[in-house]
Design a protein around this ligand. Structure first.
Ligand code: HEC
Ligand code: HEC
Ligand code: HEC
Ligand code: HEC
Ligand code: HEC
Length: 376
């Protein structure tokens, strides 16, 4: 009898129960609702059309992307190698799940891409790591707020297993990089900008009477408000034939992260209600200084997707908090001319969206950021 009981106990602790994100809603109702709107909750190939199509085109059988896009999955190694195909289990549908993030204990640094050590499958009552001062006891999990110096949730290092950088396996080409100076991330406060503090407690029954909690929507490129905060533009007339545009990156990372986005400045001169000059004719790519994007090529110079790339065809970026000035030669300026510059941002560059036949409205939308006018 004792033996049977012991075996059952052992089995339970080996097959650590996975607490799905929905189970957190019982107590953390607001955070749960926010999380469900975030890309973290929608990062699996079942929810993200863009991710799914890129995966299917490049890796029809294996799934290395899973370590960041469905990190809570069972048998992750077998999903990576293609022995198991992704399936709609709750651990995969949960994407970057609550439990996964809050079980992270260390970032593993590596050349191709970083990774994590977590306590998620350790068994027993889960410990939630966080940054709440003096957390109240909970009967579903233990809470642990480490001293600031060791606390990944206090210094934003917790983001760096997935968001730091990625190089492709075929040719070691850099696909993305959060900052040109890798160590920069130690100083940038991802949480400060992407988890603004909202009024209210973090649990339904707010026994500690907390006044603020951290928003979990993780707004980014799909938010008009956030895109408005990306860069600051300014315009100056240098002389009768030259204007100067300044682009200041206000973000704690490079302007371009995921390489398949398109971000650019459109500048026009309007005279008597008519556009007499623009910084590009048809495609923003004509103005390489003001167009932030990354295009990849293979050995034959043919444009390819990042996993097959051996080189770069087009690349413009701007590092953390840096500015750049662009001087344009323009037709002789006259009194009454109006010069205008506007920041435009697409989650997927439109030609790629067409190529992949994407339908998700949020991916196809054009987002407008900062805009400046100079009236002569
Ligand atoms: C991408 C990683 C990530 C995911 C996913 C995530 N969190 Fe968090 N969470 C954090 C970070 C980082 C903090 C610390 C924020 C701070 O201190 O400003 C935090 C803070 C918290 C806190 C502490 C109180 C507070 O200030 O908000 C609670 C409770 C919490 N999260 C619950 C959840 C729940 C429940 C979910 C899913 C519904 C979830 N988290 C999903 C990263 C994550
Ligand atoms: C090292 C972690 C990591 C790996 C591995 C990874 N990704 Fe990602 N992926 C991310 C992060 C982080 C983002 C969000 C980046 C951003 O928005 O700038 C992302 C975003 C994306 C997006 C944009 C999604 C959207 O809707 O905006 C696509 C598409 C994508 N990844 C495809 C892939 C594919 C395909 C693979 C596998 C070949 C892969 N990723 C492997 C971390 C990773
Ligand atoms: C039965 C209620 C209950 C459930 C269910 C629950 N929690 Fe909690 N959780 C609490 C309480 C109570 C606190 C302490 C709140 C405080 O001190 O302000 C807490 C605190 C936290 C913290 C903060 C830890 C720290 O040290 O900063 C995190 C993170 C967290 N919970 C994550 C989760 C996640 C993820 C889930 C779902 C897998 C979950 N919780 C489910 C009640 C619950
Ligand atoms: C000073 C504020 C600020 C800091 C610090 C910051 N961000 Fe951002 N981030 C933004 C804004 C604003 C946007 C939206 C504009 C855009 O996407 O162009 C954004 C966009 C993003 C995106 C989507 C961008 C894309 O092109 O795919 C990701 C992913 C992201 N941030 C992650 C992080 C991480 C991880 C950190 C910490 C290293 C961080 N952010 C630090 C302000 C900030
Ligand atoms: C386990 C991996 C993982 C961790 C940890 C993680 N992220 Fe993410 N994050 C992703 C992936 C994957 C995506 C893109 C999902 C998609 O669109 O398919 C993403 C998307 C985002 C976006 C939205 C990008 C957009 O589309 O605009 C922001 C902002 C972001 N993360 C910030 C953070 C911050 C800040 C942290 C640290 C508190 C963090 N992430 C921790 C994997 C992670």
């Amino acid at each position: 009898m004792k033996f049977i009981l012991l075996s059952i106990l052992l089995l339970v602790s080996i097959n650590a129960t996975y607490l799905d994100s929905k189970s957190c809603a019982e107590c953390h109702d607001t955070i749960y609702e926010e999380h469900m709107l975030s890309q973290h909750a929608n990062s699996s190939l079942f929810q993200d059309e863009f991710h799914r199509k890129m995966k299917e085109l490049n890796f029809p059988t294996t799934y290395k992307c899973s370590v960041c896009h469905i990190p809570a999955a069972n048998n992750l190694d077998k999903i990576v190698s293609g022995k198991y195909q992704p399936s709609k289990t709750i651990r995969q549908l949960d994407g970057v799940s609550c439990l996964y993030c809050h079980s992270i204990v260390a970032v593993r640094k590596s050349h191709r891409q970083n990774g994590y050590r977590t306590t998620m499958n350790r068994g027993g009552i889960p410990i939630m790591y966080g940054n709440t001062p003096d957390p109240e006891e909970s009967n579903k999990h233990k809470n642990l707020t480490l001293p600031k110096r060791f606390n990944l949730f206090a210094n934003s290092k917790v983001c760096m297993g997935c968001h730091s950088h990625k190089r492709n396996d075929s040719h070691d080409v850099e696909v993305c990089q959060i900052s040109q100076n890798l160590d920069n991330f130690k100083q940038t406060d991802c949480i400060g900008c992407h988890m603004p503090k909202y009024e209210g407690g973090n649990t339904k029954i707010n026994r500690r009477a907390r006044e603020k909690y951290a928003n979990h929507e993780f707004l980014g490129i799909r938010s008009e408000d956030m895109v408005k905060k990306a860069v600051k533009l300014s315009l100056k007339e240098i002389d009768n034939n030259h204007i100067e545009l300044t682009i200041k990156n206000k973000m704690g990372h490079q302007v371009l992260l995921q390489p398949m986005r398109l971000k650019y400045v459109k500048t026009t001169i309007v005279r008597d209600g008519k556009v007499i000059w623009q910084n590009f004719k048809k495609s923003p790519y004509e103005d390489k200084e003001a167009t932030f994007s990354k295009l990849f090529i293979d050995e034959n110079g043919k444009q390819v997707y990042p996993p097959k790339a051996s080189g770069i065809k087009y690349y413009t970026n701007l590092d953390t908090y840096k500015s750049k000035n662009i001087i344009y030669k323009v037709p002789s300026l006259q009194k009454g001319d109006m010069i205008q510059s506007t920041w435009i941002s697409y989650p997927v560059r439109p030609s790629l969206a067409k190529e992949l036949d994407l339908h998700d409205e949020d991916l196809l939308k054009k987002y407008i950021g900062d805009s400046v006018k100079l009236n002569l």
